[in-house]
Design a protein around this ligand. Structure first.
Ligand code: 9MR
Length: 372
């Protein structure tokens, strides 16, 4: 394990974080761990930022953003603007939010996040147009009926991309057009869209998106396909087929929901090889949803935080070397993370703790971005 040099800290007005609490948390609960793990950085902000360091390296650094804390928590806004140059709406650009009833689009919540991002010179990763989760009931009914399913999906894509066209005021870096269409064993996932439209829907949706906004960068996004393996092979094969058929797909999102502990994250060689073969298809590669679970590991809290820092560093370092152009975390503070709700266990998977203090992972990331 390489030594991680912390960045120098300097006092800055404005950011007031509470008592330093590190690590394990469920929403609403925070567990202080040993003093040595606590960073005691009240009222301090790092002198540099992920964002500035990323700019210098030519890589976007992003975070998934949730609407409620963006409104309610000044520290959330401040860290978001300071540390990140790209924003993904964690939920509010999904179909259930954007088209709650047929033909009635509601961009209000998404546009609030977009407005924050543009005001702070950040770009947007659009997420997501076609998925098997978070669809409005009416769209699920239409898909299940089989009738007009194709028109309904096309209208959704057209409506959203018309609102967020790249010739408008909003700089959209990329769209996750299709999310998670492959199963863990590498088969085409049996979704409402596969059932209604057959496997050809994958090519169709990219074409529809491209017709509406020819300037949009269109991505396929999935989890568990980061290193080499059955699922990664299937994602690669899917994309190779789309590219060979001239389908307008421009990139792949590797979600990167990983953890500490054995085999909970891709090895550096596997990750590098997978990115290389995707790029060899002419595709851009983004990391789109990274977090690193602590609950998959063992050891003291300090040991687990150090291991988490190393996983973040290894993956970011590999990605920079392999030519990844955008690197997004699925949140940034342990206060707002999907992991405890999903696993039912406390965790602390993100680079900032529940008091918004930077964790060892943060310092490891800045160290890598600084060229360490
Ligand atoms: O973080 C999102 C969570 O708040 C939602 O409840 C959940 C619904 O399925 O979706 C989460 O985000 C997912 C993302 O859109 C796609 N990849 C997996 C993410 C974590 O589940």
């Amino acid at each position: 394990m390489t030594a991680l040099r912390p960045v120098r800290l300097t006092r800055r007005a404005g950011l007031s974080v509470g008592a330093s609490l590190v690590g394990l948390s469920t929403p609403g609960t925070a567990y202080a761990v040993g003093e040595s793990a606590s960073m005691n950085r009240q009222d301090h902000a790092p002198e540099t930022s992920l964002r500035d360091l990323g700019d210098a390296r030519g890589i976007r650094i992003g975070a998934a953003v949730s609407s409620r804390p963006l409104v309610a928590e000044p520290a959330y806004r401040e860290i978001l603007a300071r540390e990140f140059s790209s924003v993904t709406c964690e939920n509010v650009m999904k179909p259930s939010f954007l088209q709650p009833s047929q033909g009635r689009f509601d961009f209000q919540a998404a546009d609030a996040i977009v407005a924050f991002a543009t005001a702070h010179g950040m770009t947007i990763r659009g997420h997501t147009l076609v998925w098997h989760n978070q669809n409005p009931a009416w769209l699920e009914r239409v898909a299940a009926s089989g009738e007009n399913a194709s028109a309904a999906l096309r209208d959704h894509i057209t409506g959203v991309l018309t609102h967020y066209r790249n010739d408008g005021p909003v700089p959209v870096l990329a769209w996750d057009v299709v999310n998670e269409a492959i199963t863990d064993t590498g088969a085409l996932r049996d979704t409402l869209w596969a059932r209604a439209l057959g496997p050809g829907y994958l090519a169709d949706v990219f074409r529809w998106a491209n017709e509406t906004d020819p300037d949009a960068r269109l991505f396929y996004n999935d989890y568990g396909a980061e290193g080499m393996g059955r699922k990664a092979d299937a994602v690669h094969a899917l994309l190779r087929g789309l590219v060979q058929d001239g389908v307008p797909v421009h990139g792949v999102g590797l979600q990167m929901h990983v953890g500490i502990g054995a085999r909970q994250s891709p090895s550096r060689p596997d990750l590098a090889a997978n990115i290389a073969r995707l790029r060899a298809l002419g595709l851009e590669v983004h990391v789109t949803e990274m977090d690193v679970k602590l609950q998959t590991g063992t050891g003291t809290d300090d040991e687990r935080l150090a291991e988490q820092a190393q996983v973040y560093a290894d993956i970011l370092g590999t990605c920079i070397e392999a030519g990844v152009t955008s690197f997004t975390f699925w949140g940034f503070t342990d206060t707002h993370s999907w992991i405890p709700g999903f696993t039912g266990k406390p965790d602390g998977a993100l680079p900032f703790d529940t008091a918004y203090a930077p964790k060892p992972a943060y310092h490891a990331l800045t160290h890598v971005l600084a060229g360490g």
